[in-house]
Design a protein around this ligand. Structure first.
Ligand SMILES: Nc1ncnc2c1ncn2[C@@H]1O[C@H](COP(=O)(O)OP(=O)(O)OP(=O)(O)O)[C@@H](O)[C@H]1O
Length: 653
């Protein structure tokens, strides 16, 4: 069905006659010529020569926060008064989405079996095969069952025993692979065993949680809090969440009721500590989710302040766990300051994307991005990857659409997430899409928190099936049914790209990621090519050419060795190696191990979920080969220069 009929019901101009009809990449015949400009044209040659002259984005400095401090009487809040605390909410009232049931009912978690794992450190506890093997306590085990987590994902299999043994941990695992539960379960178990609480008194009080989980955005903190709450149900463990953009009073009142596990964004946390309403002196468990982000330029100062300059016990007297899908070496080095005798765990390749995501890159000039997007969305529509809810939205505009709902059985709740570079760009694209009949909503750091939450709710529910976002939505958010991530503007570094596309292809599902590559993105050509090759994705020849040109410009710098390696910067030999862990594997491909060099040749395909037969996913092409070669992939401290180009964090929280 044509876009015009679908969304607005109003007559529209036909597609410009000069442009060939758009065919999305996954529908094109294998050797079809590009409908986009030839990269050898003078325009492209000219723009390529200027590609290194573009100004870098200035790094914002960490912002201070206003606070109304008055005299406080420090009093320790305790949970003794809550010793027999029972959750007010019944489990069924908690936000247990049916997504988890889909995961276990419809998704083959066995597909995760062969994912390569690297563990380094001393005396590494053996991985578990089932949740039952570890003493997690009856209530938590019950909750795990209720959430239909029938078996642990690889990161959970390896990280939970390490964490339960009390060891510090630096863990890297691909997006959507279950890291949240991997740190939540041991914390809930540990806290429920330790709960004690010095007596609380009336009046102003200082809350002393036992565990602190820090994350970079408000939305992610809320999500972790909700997830942890489900699993803490009936354990007696009290949780609270603290994040900026909302009045602090209610959050302080919640702290006063007693808190064992606090999930927080750094800014609001510092505010609470400086108001003397919160103390970290009792912290036994510290987790940094999206740890590389938290230690990157935007947050590092604040994190150091929290972890090193307030009253938190030092490494060794607390257990520290760092989690992310990406972990550049320079950040690993920095992170080591926070850890004591830690285990390094890499499940899959550090910084790699999951093979569950089909990645496409389109060469699009900046001026052509909008019409191109419109074509893409229209094609998506006519290909049946729109949502039912989308259709219902469309129906509101146009009664004709109802017929489609009735005869189309394959339409599912597919959502599209579009990333742009700037907040203004997000607003503009949101209104433009809406004007064109595509219901869209935007989220970025300049929106007030209520708007951000509303936008996310509307997107999640499918009421507005397109979300236009800045990087504020790039990390951690677990939104079911995101079938397509479009990088309308590519990010400045490859790690951000990995996190962005990781909003789809989660928990064993397939996803599609389309990137609009323009001349501004030349510096990303090499790392993008490498990433796509590692994930056995089809790399367009023009992109390879740009990547080669980039290599040449950097005097043969070649690949950032180690950038994608599952590599512990301490370079110690793994003390545990499981033969198949160092072999090639992926969530979807159990085929034999290829040799180094032909890793991109083999591709397996699977079809599942949203994209029907187009969802061809491929092997991860891990080629660690063996431990002795690990150093091959070691990066020097400065090789990961891109991390310093990141558009950083002001407004991220
Ligand atoms: N063992 C399990 N069984 C079934 N579902 C699971 C299991 N572990 C996690 N999940 C589900 O998988 C989804 C992704 O998990 P999660 O958000 O923790 O991923 P992540 O690794 O933290 O991703 P990101 O890197 O994007 O932050 C969630 O919906 C979660 O409920």
């Amino acid at each position: 069905m044509a876009r015009n009929d679908t969304f607005t019901g109003s007559p529209r101009k036909p597609t410009r006659p000069t442009r060939p009809r758009y065919l999305p990449p996954h529908l094109r015949p294998q050797n079809a010529g590009s409908v986009f400009p030839d990269t050898d044209t003078p325009e492209f040659t000219r723009s390529r020569s200027n590609r290194f002259n573009s100004p870098r984005t200035a790094r914002p400095t960490g912002g201070g926060r206003g606070r109304g401090r008055g005299p406080r009487i420090p009093v320790t809040i305790t949970n003794r008064q809550n010793a027999n605390w029972v959750s007010d909410e019944k489990f069924d009232e908690l936000d247990v989405t049916d997504d988890s049931s889909e995961v276990t009912n419809g998704i083959n978690f066995d597909a995760y079996e062969d994912i390569p794992v690297q563990a380094t450190g001393e005396n590494i506890p053996a991985p578990m095969k089932a949740f039952e093997e570890i003493d997690l306590g009856d209530a938590l085990k019950q909750n795990i069952k209720r959430c239909k987590f029938l078996k642990p994902t690889p990161i959970q299999r390896h990280a939970i025993p390490v964490a339960v043994a009390g060891r510090d941990l630096m863990a890297c695992a691909q997006t959507g692979s279950g890291k949240t539960a991997a740190f939540c379960f041991p914390i809930i178990r540990g806290v429920s065993k330790r709960r004690f609480s010095p007596a609380g008194r009336g009046g102003r009080a200082v809350a002393c949680p036992l565990a602190l989980i820090l994350s970079p955005t408000r939305e992610l903190s809320c999500q972790i809090y909700e997830e942890a709450k489900k699993f803490a149900h009936g354990t007696g463990v009290k949780l609270a969440v603290a994040y900026g953009g909302t009045p602090i009073a209610q959050q302080l009142r919640n702290l006063e009721k007693g808190v064992d596990i606090l999930v927080a964004t750094p800014g609001r946390l510092v505010d609470m500590i400086e108001r003397e309403r919160l103390s970290l002196r009792m912290i036994k468990y510290l987790t940094l989710d999206e740890a590389d982000r938290m230690l990157d330029m935007g947050f590092e100062q604040q994190i150091r302040k929290i972890v090193e300059q307030m009253d938190m016990p030092p490494p060794g007297r607390r257990q520290t766990m760092l989690f992310s899908a990406t972990f550049p070496n320079n950040i690993q080095r920095m992170a080591a300051d926070f850890l004591s005798n830690y285990v390094f765990l890499a499940v899959g390749r550090v910084g790699s994307s999951t093979g569950l995501i089909v990645q496409r890159v389109e060469l699009v000039e900046d001026m052509a991005k909008r019409p191109h997007l419109l074509d893409l969305l229209s094609a998506q529509w006519s290909n049946g990857t729109c949502t039912k809810v989308h259709l219902i939205s469309a129906f509101i505009c146009n009664a004709v659409v109802l017929a489609v709902i009735e005869f189309s059985g394959k339409l599912e709740h597919a959502l599209t997430l579009i990333f742009v570079e700037t907040k203004r760009g997000a607003n503009e694209l949101e209104s433009w899409l809406s004007r064109k009949g595509f219901p869209a909503v935007a989220i970025h750091g300049d929106k007030i928190q209520m708007e951000r939450e509303q936008a996310l709710r509307s997107f999640k529910s499918g009421a507005t099936p397109i979300l236009v976002a800045t990087d504020v939505a790039s990390r951690g958010l677990d939104i079911p049914h995101v079938a397509h991530v479009i990088n309308f503007d590519l990010p400045r570094n490859i790690d951000d790209y990995v996190h962005r596309i990781g909003r789809t292809g989660r928990a064993g599902k397939c996803g599609l990621a389309t990137a609009f590559f323009s001349e501004k993105n030349m510096s990303l050509a090499k790392s993008l090519t490498e990433l796509m090759m590692e994930a056995n994705q089809e790399v367009p020849s023009w992109l390879s050419q740009y990547a080669d040109a980039e290599n040449y410009s950097f005097s043969g710098g070649g690949r950032d060795k180690g950038r994608f390696g599952g590599y512990d910067f301490r370079k110690g030999s793994p003390s545990r190696s499981e033969s198949n862990y160092y072999s090639r594997g992926s969530y979807n491909d159990h085929s034999p191990v290829p040799s180094i060099g032909d890793y991109h040749a083999a591709a397996a395909s699977t079809s599942d979920g949203f994209y029907n037969d187009h969802c061809s996913t491929s092997a991860n092409a891990d080629y660690w080969v063996d431990n002795s070669n690990a150093s091959l992939y070691a990066a020097g401290p400065h090789q990961y220069f891109n991390s310093y180009e990141t558009v950083v964090a002001s407004g991220w929280e």
